[in-house]
Write a protein that binds this ligand. Sequence first.
Ligand SMILES: [Zn+2]
Length: 116
Amino acid sequence: MTFDKNYGYDLPERQIMINSTFVYSEFPELVKVLEEYESLNEHIAIGFDKKLREILARESLVKIYERAKEEWSAVKDGFNLKIELHNWRDNIHCQLCGQHITKKYFIKNKVNDREL
Ligand SMILES: [Zn+2]
């Protein structure tokens, strides 16, 4: 995935950050952007103030995303990963990237208990 002039995030990054307590408490202005824009490019970013653009620059955003990821772990069913199998006809899509899937794995936020 390429990002327009070093701004932007992909769908999995957006979902992880938007549902993370760390981002919600430390970067509420970032949460607002994530909620409003499914994707972001330089043309949108240019309209934001300097402080927000610095947060949204890839170099900074990747660090925030890496920290947000630490809140998440795979959900286990006993010793096995929790998996749901679906038929293609069920039309189930990945909550992180939106792809059509037949195997659904679950991840859980250790801080706020949200599951994706
Ligand atoms: Zn996916």
